[in-house]
Design a binder for this molecule. Structure first.
Ligand SMILES: Nc1nc2c(c(=O)[nH]1)N[C@H]1C(S)=C(S)[C@@H](COP(=O)(O)O)O[C@H]1N2
Ligand SMILES: [Mo]
Length: 181
């Protein structure tokens, strides 16, 4: 017997993606979401979900591989090129680094500014608004060769621009690898 894509034979809808679903921390409040751009910029920004709609959207299709050993194939992310957002804030001439912070407290990941500019701030996944389970309203989707699962920051709340590295505040890799044991 054949079942239409997205539905199992028993009538229970199949998950829309093969990303793993992890618990959403209590600190995540999708209704209160806004993105701040701070630090070494001409203009600090606070963008609501509605304000994000003024940016053009791009689609990136990529496999997602977690260091824990699972892979989700062919995810279609749609969102805003981070460089387009940063352009509005005007990074200083000496800015070379960025720290991406999230609604779940201390989770933060640092990037060379150039690599972050090419990343997508995804607001849709596989044609639907990005579910809060997977980092909605907005999740970072890095596109460069150095992307690791922990660099795809869910619930992005702040992009902080710097002229010196943010190594001390970069917790993402350690947090992700500590889940391996
Ligand atoms: N804010 C935040 N983003 C995060 C994490 C996290 O704990 N907090 N975990 C990372 C890791 S290690 C993985 S594998 C993916 C998991 O994404 P998923 O929950 O959609 O499967 O989110 C990444 N982004
Ligand atoms: Mo991961």
């Amino acid at each position: 017997m054949c079942a239409p894509t997205g539905f199992s034979v028993g009538g229970v809808p199949a998950p829309v993606t093969d990303l793993r679903t992890h618990p959403v921390p209590d600190a995540v409040d999708a209704e209160a979401w806004a993105l701040r751009v701070t630090g070494a910029v001409d203009r600090s920004l606070r963008l609501s979900a509605a304000a994000l709609e003024s940016f053009p959207l791009e689609t990136v299709t990529d496999d997602f591989a977690c260091a824990e050993g699972w892979v989700a194939d062919g995810l279609a992310w749609r969102g805003i090129r981070v460089g387009d957002i940063l352009e509005r804030a005007g990074p200083s001439a000496e800015a070379e680094y960025a720290l991406v912070r999230a609604m779940d407290g201390d989770y933060a990941c640092s990037f060379p500014l150039e690599a972050l500019s090419d990343a997508i701030l995804a607001v849709e996944l596989d044609g639907e608004p990005l579910p809060v389970d997977h980092g909605g309203p907005a999740r970072l989707v890095p596109t460069g060769p150095d992307r690791d699962c922990w660099t795809s920051v869910k619930w992005v709340s702040e992009i902080r621009i710097g002229e010196t590295p943010f190594s001390d505040a970069d917790t993402a890799k350690e947090t992700a690898l500590s889940r391996l044991e």
